[in-house]
Ligand binder design. Structure first.
Ligand code: HL5
Ligand code: SIN
Ligand code: MN
Length: 270
């Protein structure tokens, strides 16, 4: 699958692109089930909310669950990703951010590339984020809010502040959060949009676009899968120990597309 010239143009100028219902309800249900399973797997890849209750994020589910292994190789995703990168791609990061009904916490305003430059010494912002809505995302359950066009302003903040890290497992956006003064100027220039849609909808977004999201106070959860593809010749050059493989992928071989479908075909008895 390839994007139209208008879609490419929208991604380049606005820094995001929504693809409505890229996955069918059946496929999305299979992905939901796979996440239910994966969220129970104990380990460092599982990040819980600060109060210790619900799961906030799970990393690297594509190495444990076949549905996600198929998803990352799907031509519907990998086609547009290669087209936008102008290069072969590999998985830099895979995460599912889960906001529980009534309680899921928000994510501070940030630019992803600020985290990856700081933590992994990643050289260039030649990555594409693919957000897959595992639930319907609406104005109530904490949609991701983008500052459209902000990716073209470059990095606004480099490195983290002096306060202790919000999480030992990953760089929480709070650690690289933009200031109120930054956000006032940005929103003045660019405005804001929130990415909403039915389950199975996909949003592609630039690694430098400013984004964040509010807590979920609605009675429905919001599970958002975000897979980040990197150009194969843009591998990080960590100065010390690389970060754990669950948070930054080390298999930099070009991903092959697969015709495997996410739902195995049901055998019909004659
Ligand atoms: N949690 C990610 C990481 O690489 C960084 C954030 O949304 C991406 C900023 O640790
Ligand atoms: C993120 O930027 O990783 C968090 C966005 C969200 O899940 O709302
Ligand atoms: Mn982010």
């Amino acid at each position: 699958m390839q994007l139209s010239q208008e879609q490419v143009q929208q991604f380049r100028t606005q820094g995001y692109l929504i693809l409505d219902q890229l996955f069918t309800p059946e496929e999305t249900e299979a992905l939901q089930d796979a996440f239910q399973r994966d969220a129970l797997v104990p380990g460092e890849q599982r990040v819980v909310e600060r109060d210790g209750g619900e799961v906030r994020a799970v990393y690297a589910s594509h190495v444990r669950q076949p549905e996600f292994a198929a998803l990352i190789r799907s031509p519907r995703v990998l086609g547009p990703v290669r087209q936008l990168l102008g290069s072969e791609a590999y998985i830099y990061q895979f995460k599912i951010n889960s906001k529980a009904a009534f309680s899921g916490a928000g994510w501070s305003w940030h630019q992803d590339f600020a985290a990856w430059q700081m933590a992994d010494n990643l050289q260039e912002p030649r990555l594409v984020n693919v957000g897959v809505f595992l639930d319907e995302v609406n104005e109530f359950n904490g949609p991701v809010i983008f500052c459209p066009g902000s990716h073209r302003d470059g990095l606004l903040k480099k490195g983290r502040g002096d306060s202790p890290a919000a999480s030992e497992q990953h760089v929480d956006p709070e650690d690289i959060a933009l200031t109120q003064a930054d956000m006032t100027g940005l929103v003045d220039r660019h405005g804001l949009i929130s990415a909403k849609g039915t389950a199975g909808t996909v949003v592609l977004f630039d690694p430098e676009i400013v984004h964040g999201s509010a807590p979920n106070m609605a009675p429905f959860r919001r599970r958002l899968l975000i897979v980040t593809y990197n150009a194969v010749d843009n591998t990080p050059q960590p100065l010390g120990e690389p970060r754990p493989e669950y948070v930054v992928g080390r298999d930099t071989a070009p991903l092959e597309m697969t015709s495997q479908v996410i739902i195995p075909a049901v055998e019909v008895m004659a």
